[in-house]
Design a protein around this ligand. Structure first.
Ligand SMILES: C[S@@+](CC[C@H](N)C(=O)[O-])C[C@H]1O[C@@H](n2cnc3c(N)ncnc32)[C@H](O)[C@@H]1O
Length: 357
């Protein structure tokens, strides 16, 4: 291949090389974080103070030479600190909260399971660029399904009951009194179960077209002791049963669907006349330049490999993408016959949108 004609500014070259080196180190962390979680290394370090590699290895029944190397990689990444005077490594509490506490406000290892799954799927995803065909959610490496649940659940646990439901018009009172709720595209049912735990008088049905996810959700509901008020059923967003829901919820899935306007029509027909549709979507501005930041970087990457091909695999294949933004989402919701639409609330990572008939 002929070399392209380039005019290289050395300062800009060095700046980019610095960034690329940093990114390379971050990419290498993927397997190290998964491994650190699965071997219980982070959990064993959390709150334990300074440890030698041998002490950590003894606590986790692992090999001290490998653990030393892993700790050095963690220290070079600022995930743990190192004291050369004592040859001990410490997991600071802030890092421990995000790496060792799966019930905390954010749990990072789940995200790395998602990232690893996209590397496994890269050959098929590469092919979609050539053919333009889709690659459905169900076709992905199973790490995506588990990683999604584990990465999203902490944010739902922190926000859904305290902030998102109360931000909707009149929904909280209905749920407390006893309402019918559909959680569509529910995946492993984390959101469905959290709502069922908070509102015992209400009845919840989680729908998803992906049968293995529904099976997993049923097991989780059983383990959480809420099977009396939660059901899970395999169904698509355009054909799930029921006509009298008080609340229909979509968590991070409307943009994954091929025909979101058709879905909106079906949601409208499934709601009571005064029902609420809660649409939780990744945070995004309407214009590309508003999303060129660290959050947008993560979401555009996920969108390229997961959300856009998922939508392309379904009928219509609108492919909104994870960074669709509120204006485009409003358009598809209105095409479905909803007359009221607003941003009910937001977090740095999510838009919480409400549509009403
Ligand atoms: C990003 S995951 C979100 C899962 C879950 N709501 C959560 O927040 O953890 C998207 C989900 O949408 C589901 N999905 C995609 N298209 C669907 C459709 N047309 N009908 C029903 N479910 C669909 C997928 O199977 C997947 O479980």
């Amino acid at each position: 291949m002929k070399s392209p004609k380039l005019s290289v500014n050395p300062d800009k070259l060095n700046a980019f090389l610095g960034q690329a080196l940093n990114d390379m180190g971050a990419a290498f962390q993927t397997a190290l974080i998964i491994l650190g979680e699965r071997l219980g290394l982070y959990k064993a370090m959390a709150g334990a103070g300074p440890l030698t590699p041998a002490e950590l290895a003894a606590k986790t029944q692992t090999d001290k030479r490998y653990v030393r190397e892993w700790l050095c990689a963690q220290a070079a990444s600022n995930y743990v600190t190192y004291d050369p005077a004592t040859d001990r490594f410490t997991l600071p509490d802030e890092q421990a909260l995000l790496l060792a506490v799966d019930t905390g406000p954010a749990y990072l290892p789940g995200a790395y399971q998602i990232i690893a799954s996209t590397v496994v799927d890269e050959p098929q995803l590469r092919e979609t660029f050539r053919t333009g065909f889709g690659f459905g959610w169900h076709q992905h490496d199973a790490g995506l399904f588990e990683g999604t649940e584990r990465f999203f659940r902490p944010s739902y646990a922190a926000n859904l009951i305290n902030s998102w439901i109360p931000s909707l018009d009149g929904a909280e009172a209905k749920l407390k009194a006893g309402a019918q709720v559909a959680d569509v595209g529910c995946g492993h049912g984390a959101s469905t179960i959290l709502m069922a735990q908070a509102y015992p008088k209400s009845r919840f049905t989680g729908f998803d077209y992906h049968e293995p996810s529904i099976n997993r959700a049923r097991e989780a509901a059983h383990a959480a002791g809420v099977s009396d008020r939660v059901r899970f059923s395999v169904a698509g967003a355009k054909d799930y049963p029921g006509k009298t829901y008080d609340l229909v919820a979509f968590f991070d899935c409307l943009h994954d669907m091929g025909d979101p306007a058709g879905v909106a029509r079906h949601v409208r027909s499934s709601l009571k006349p005064d029902g609420n549709w809660m649409i939780v979507e990744p945070f995004a501005g309407d214009r590309i330049e508003q999303n060129l930041n660290p959050v947008g970087r993560v979401f555009y990457a996920a969108s390229t490999m997961i959300c856009t091909p998922a939508s392309r695999a379904q009928e219509v294949g609108l492919a909104l993408g994870a960074q669709a933004g509120e204006t485009k989402l409003k358009e598809v919701v209105q095409q479905g016959g909803f007359t009221r639409f607003r941003r009910a609330t937001e977090t740095p990572f999510n838009l919480i949108l409400e549509a009403r008939p």
